[in-house]
Design a protein around this ligand. Structure first.
Ligand SMILES: C=C(O[C@@H]1C=C(C(=O)O)C=C[C@H]1O)C(=O)O
Length: 340
């Protein structure tokens, strides 16, 4: 399999064709997918936050190898001339504005605000970075996606959006972030409950037997989150995409209510999230699994752009929100490996 994997990767790089590599949670193998531009039972999809872009790869010759055998990945990456990072002061003002919106008589209860943090790092070793993410985040969905126009995205998502197998569906409510040494407060429990309530209400139109287990405090590398495990029985298998569409963006990455929060984000955040906080995943004849594109970065020839955000509630403190995004930026930022 190693030879096949290497040949396929080399061919795709040479032909400048898009591809995606991913390692599912708790696995030790990495899969390589291309778009064969024909209808196949195996499909990988990647959807932008605002639903304006959907990328699909159909591939019935997916190859996989052990992560330790992942060869070098040498790509000609684009150069970024645009500085998209927001300053500390501008971010504080943005959070203040968001808190005002939440306290006003508008119906918004929660809005997730995010930013780009730029790192002056070049010559990233993509293969070694991928291996590093795999080792540090065994429970995450680790991926690398390349496209000549768009460039290279890499990430380690801690958040399952939807898994389906034999009509049993699973998802999680993941929200609330704290440093390991701190204690949880009502603010985070409330923030996470908003997500759980939204997910169960959304699923109730499509499923039977909804079960919620949690919330539990879970380790996310440099910090912790609150997480509930949700499962249910899908009534009609053909409605999987309807469930996905109805869930996305959950209040874990958008806000509540969904449309008001999304409008506020698009008007005020000051940059285009593109694929950050969108979702991606695969489906085969027997199962489907989609993750929220969080803890991700775009790798350029001359820099790295990290995408980080956090849920804002009426009692959020702007400085803490900046610190939370700094902490989240370490998930990928501290694990990047430069070429020797
Ligand atoms: C928005 C992000 O993370 C989400 C927001 C969280 C929060 O507000 O506490 C926690 C987990 C994620 O659902 C991110 O990592 O960029």
């Amino acid at each position: 399999m190693f030879r096949q994997f290497q040949d396929k990767l080399e061919r795709l790089i040479q032909q400048k064709k898009p591809f995606v590599l991913f390692r599912k949670p708790n696995e030790t193998k990495v899969e390589l997918w291309e778009n064969q531009e024909k209808k196949t039972a195996r499909k990988f999809s990647c959807n932008s936050f605002d639903n304006s872009t959907l990328i699909e790869f159909n591939d019935d010759e997916v190859v996989e190898i052990l992560i330790d055998d992942l060869p070098k990945i040498e790509l000609l990456l684009p150069i970024s001339t645009q500085n998209e990072a927001i300053s500390y002061n501008d971010y504080i003002n943005l959070i203040e504005k968001t808190v005002e919106e939440l306290k006003s008589d508008s119906d918004t209860q929660k809005i997730v605000i995010s930013r780009i943090k730029e790192l002056d790092k070049h010559d990233i070793d993509l293969s070694e970075t991928f291996k590093n993410l795999h080792q540090h985040y065994p429970n995450a969905y680790v991926y690398l996606r390349y496209d000549v126009e768009e460039g290279c995205w890499i990430g380690a998502s801690p958040e399952l959006l939807l898994k389906e197998e034999n009509q049993l569906i699973q998802t999680v409510s993941l929200a609330g972030t704290k440093a390991k040494e701190d204690d949880w407060t009502d603010k985070e429990y409330h923030e996470q409950q908003v997500v759980t309530d939204y997910i169960t209400a959304t699923l109730s139109g499509f499923t039977n037997y909804i079960d919620v287990d949690g919330p539990f405090s879970v380790n996310a590398g440099f910090f912790e989150h609150l997480k509930s495990f949700i499962s249910a029985q899908l009534i009609d298998k053909d409605k999987l995409y309807d469930v996905l569409k109805a869930l996305h963006p959950t209040p874990a990455v958008g806000g509540m209510p969904k449309d008001l929060a999304k409008d506020f984000i698009i008007k005020n955040e000051g940059y285009n999230r593109t694929f950050y906080a969108g979702f991606m995943g695969y489906e085969t004849e027997t199962e489907a699994e989609f993750f929220v594109n969080l803890r991700c970065a775009k790798i350029y020839q001359n820099k790295v752009k990290l995408y980080v955000g956090g849920g804002i509630m009426p009692d959020s403190i702007p400085e803490n929100e900046w610190n939370e995004t700094e902490l989240k930026s370490k998930t990928i930022g501290e694990l990047l490996i430069e070429l020797k």
